[in-house]
Design a protein around this ligand. Structure first.
Ligand code: GDP
Length: 195
């Protein structure tokens, strides 16, 4: 799916979003939740998303081309405590506006550490995005940190939260370390991008 992904551009203002006429899928998550690892795992590459972690790009939106006018969008990780308030505000505005108004965006992949799902900022992201009616697919990453039984329980509980508050969201277990859940994630993303 992301095998041919190549870095395109770093964006720090809405006016600089690439004006393509294709489709894009965005990845969001709390910093350290495992977003870069998940992107790299799905791309079957070691350092793809770490491009987004080079200093100066971390708080920006990073675009990768997938070919065929399809794009992967790596959104800035949120929830990092040491960010100054002015930068945080700029960032919240950028993220919320992007999620709400970007027509090319066809779905959001959210990364949640299985040990800390639905943090307040995760919920904020979901609430910004849900009015668009577009689908969200959640990867509960680092599922290798839990036993099989604990993982099933966490997934079950998360599904209950979704059923109650966030329809239009699907969720699965994922582990970059153990390479678990790759096919399921690809199927979800493919179904959006192949429209
Ligand atoms: P990001 O800040 O969301 O991009 O997170 P990273 O992908 O950089 O991962 C943060 C930390 O979690 C790193 O130390 C990774 O090695 C670790 N990590 C990421 N995915 C997994 C996983 O599936 N299992 C385990 N055990 N650790 C992971």
């Amino acid at each position: 799916l992301f095998q041919n992904a190549t870095f395109l551009v770093t964006v720090n203002h809405l006016r600089d979003l690439p004006p393509h006429t294709g489709l894009e899928v965005a990845f969001a998550g709390r910093s350290n939740a495992g977003k870069s690892s998940a992107i790299n795992t799905l791309a079957n590459r070691n350092r793809l998303a770490y491009v987004s972690k080079t200093p100066g790009r971390t708080q920006h939106i990073n675009y990768f081309t997938l070919g065929n006018d399809r794009y992967l969008v790596d959104l800035p990780g949120y929830g990092y405590a040491k960010v100054p308030p002015t930068i945080r505000q700029h960032w919240e505005k950028l993220l919320s506006t992007y999620l709400q108004v970007r027509p090319q965006l066809c779905g959001l992949v959210m990364i949640m550490d299985i040990r800390h799902p639905f943090t307040p900022l995760d919920q904020k992201m979901l609430e910004w995005f849900l009015p668009t009616g577009k689908p969200v697919h959640i990867l509960m990453t680092k599922s290798d940190k839990f036993s099989r039984q604990e993982s099933s329980k966490a997934l079950f509980e998360a599904k209950a939260v979704l059923a109650k508050s966030y329809p239009n969201c699907t969720i699965q277990l994922f582990s970059s370390l153990k390479r678990l859940g790759i096919e399921e994630a690809e199927n979800a993303i493919n179904s959006w991008l192949s429209k």
